[in-house]
Design a protein. Structure first.
Length: 212
């Protein structure tokens, strides 16, 4: 028998996907009504669960942060440093990590969100350290580089456009093309390439955006 908690979690996953889709189209101006409609739920039932738009986005952000940490823990459980790091990146990209970035600076960052985020930073630092020590990650690549790469690849303009157009016939090809791009990007993290340009980005690119 399905429990009430399981139903709530399933509904939240549906809302998260809907929020990603609407944010991809409307950015930070995405409305709760549009998200509810995309998720196929009534606006009234959504507001009974989440009192405000901010509360909804805080919950969805927590779900995203928790997925990041779970993917990182799975990566660290892999004895192969490269396979662990690459698996983490793929998992986060396919999940759509970073798709909630448009709400950065528009919601309050709770203590719980900060704590889970710090845990995620530590886990990624360990994945990167392992890969560097094993010589399987280019020396100048940093945890912030990887975080930004995940955010960039987490959204696919082609897939977003096809979904908006209702072109389900082209979605499999677009999804396969995205997998190829992920593979190309992962290969670029391997040693043996030309040096990366400029200085390594700092954490302010993330922390600064989320300050309200």
């Amino acid at each position: 028998m399905t429990t009430r908690r399981e139903v709530a979690e399933r509904n939240d996953r549906t809302l998260l996907q809907a929020a990603r889709d609407v944010l991809a189209e409307d950015g930070a101006h995405a409305s709760v009504a549009a998200i509810a409609a995309r998720a196929g739920v009534g606006i009234g039932s959504l507001y009974r669960r989440y009192r405000t738009k901010e509360e909804l986005f805080q919950r969805l952000t927590m779900m995203s942060l928790n997925h990041w940490n779970e993917a990182a823990e799975q990566g660290l459980a892999n004895p192969d440093p490269w396979a662990g790091l690459a698996g983490f990146i793929r998992s986060c990209v396919e999940f759509g990590q970073g798709s909630l970035a448009p709400v950065a600076g528009t919601i309050e960052v709770t203590e719980e969100m900060s704590a889970v985020s710090r845990r995620g930073d530590d886990l990624l630092d360990e994945l990167v350290r392992r890969a560097h020590e094993a010589g399987v990650l280019r020396a100048e690549a940093t945890a912030v580089d990887i975080s930004l790469l995940i955010e960039q690849l987490g959204r696919s303009p082609v897939i977003d456009q096809l979904r908006k157009q209702g072109r389900d016939d082209l979605l499999p090809a677009a999804t396969e093309a995205r997998r190829r791009l992920i593979a190309i990007a992962l290969d670029g993290l391997r040693p043996g390439h030309a040096p990366l340009p400029g200085q390594a980005p700092g954490m302010e690119l993330f922390e600064g955006r989320w300050s309200t």
